[in-house]
Design a protein around this ligand. Sequence first.
Ligand code: WT7
Length: 644
Amino acid sequence: MSYPFQIKSQEEYNERYKESVEHPEKFWAAIADNFLWRKKWDKVLDWNFTEPKIEWFKGAKLNITENCIDRHLATKGEDAAIIWEPNNPEERTRIVTYNRLHKRVCQVAQMLKNNGVKKGDRVCIYMGMVPELAYAVLGCARIGAIHSVIFGGFSAQSIADRLDDAQAEYIITCDGAYRGEKVIPLKNVIDDALIGNKTVKKVIVYTRTRTPVSMIKGRDIWWEDEMEHAEHQVEKDGKVTFEAEEMDAEDPLFILYTSGSTGKPKGVVHACAGYMIYTAYSFVNVFQYQPKQIFFCTADIGWITGHSYIVYGPLAAGATSLMFEGIPTYPSCSRFFDIVDKYKVNILYTAPTAIRSLMGFGDAPYKNNDLSSLQILGTVGEPINEEAWHWYDEHIGKKKCPIVDTWWQTETGGVLISNLAGITPAKPSWATLPLPGIQPLLVNENGKEVTEPDEDGLLKGNLCIKFPWPSILRTTYGDHERCRKNYFATYPNLYFTGDGALKDKDGNYRITGRVDDVLNVSGHRIGTAEVENAINMHSGVVESAVVGYPHDIKGQGIYAYVIYTGHHDAELTRRDITMTVSRIIGPIAKPDKIQFVSGLPKTRSGKIMRRILRKIAEGETQNLGDTTTLLDPGVVEEIKNGKV
Ligand code: WT7
């Protein structure tokens, strides 16, 4: 298979970009023609950003799993679809061919059907990084159930909130998950999440760690038993079949929860056809994927990166996707590169935070490995600092691998701004150019396009997109108004990303970070309001304010200012608060620093002045800006003096 929509030169990029702006419908229809449809569309695009209403390929019928699996069987049935590397390098690895993947996905679909799961039902998936997680995701897609994968680092309370929001009726989980030396008792966490739950009917449990579990009669069932039963049903005369559900282009494919600047996480909804097309298109263009190459994305399928570039994008392109169960530092800091060497990985896609943490080990992560198979490197999730970029370039890429810095979001479904590996130029710490089909612009606070360069010749503003692309989010589950308010109301007729950016005279973008109250900790999005709510649940806490501060490895660390009543042992209370956050959200949201204060800087109308708190957390003591509007300016001195 070659990729007719793969851009092969800078000139072609320029032409395609121009065409995508002038004739977007024609542009996307030509790309969509390369997929497998039960029925073609009546209309390529119908949209407005005011409601918002976004419909791509309306009237078309398809099933994404036929595109990701079935259509490859004739030509690459025995090629590896997924290569799985276990947490423990001594354990047997698993190579899942397209034929095998087809069989397993048909079995899962049958298993779900046997248990009453229907098109449109929500299935929550809470598993470690085992191949069965990919089977579960695709099995849902095959019968048209909406999957909602929850990352293993979220707490029972977070799962309970998500189950409730999605009104999920089914859960697929594991007894436990291996992460380095730890075993995470996933089923126990699910059991806690289900206390008081009214919607979940069945919990399917896959055995991975042999962690003791309590299986509740009538509710909990074993994956292995169900899959064995399903195997007999899908296999006839040595042939495997499970008729895929025919889906509308705009039917929801999945929900993925992500944090925003206010309250509870939102369920971002992606639609079948647009998501499929865009993940495949961006995958082959950004990474310039060639048949037979081995692609290793180090993310977890619990995040959008794993959805789009471990599962759907690579499989839609008939690629070989490497899936890793463990962590970069187990059993040693060379693990990523042991894997690259072992499987002769060609493309490595990871996060700046992982690069920065490995940099701290000197040459130990890579010195004993042959990395000559690597051809292309990528980063995602946060701005990459130049030092980390150069380390990656010199020591991992040996200065011969193009590096793609890919900017995107859970809501965008796929990469929107990035260089195309080896085709358009890289610029360290710049995401560079939009993919053809993507129309970004920078606006000021009033929503006016920024056109005047600053003294460095750069445009600076808030990053928006003015035209839809196929994998833009369609809604936030159960609350369309929230979707409108969050993304489409700040600036009329624009999708607002929440990021600030710079643009140079050549049209390159540099993402500078969030401009809302959202933190990016190790490439994971965390809302400050969410962390504050969790801290405030601890008895004795009166009020809190959470801000980010620069952190050498995580990019941003979490700094919490806390008003606490009564006598207390500061160290002990810090630990208790941390434990509370861990319980309410999960270990990923634990504050790095907690400072006890007697008051917070507030305006006369009671608004916390986070700008001041942010500056203090960053270590700034002089230029705190205008503090005259504060109710009690004295509190700033106290906070400055008590910095931790
Ligand atoms: C936020 C989205 C989408 C993959 C994982 C994160 C930041 C993402 C980059 C990049 C600078 C980046 C932005 C964005 N971000 N990629 N290459 N350079 N910043 O997904 O959790 O939805 O977070 O991550 O701030 O808004 P997410």
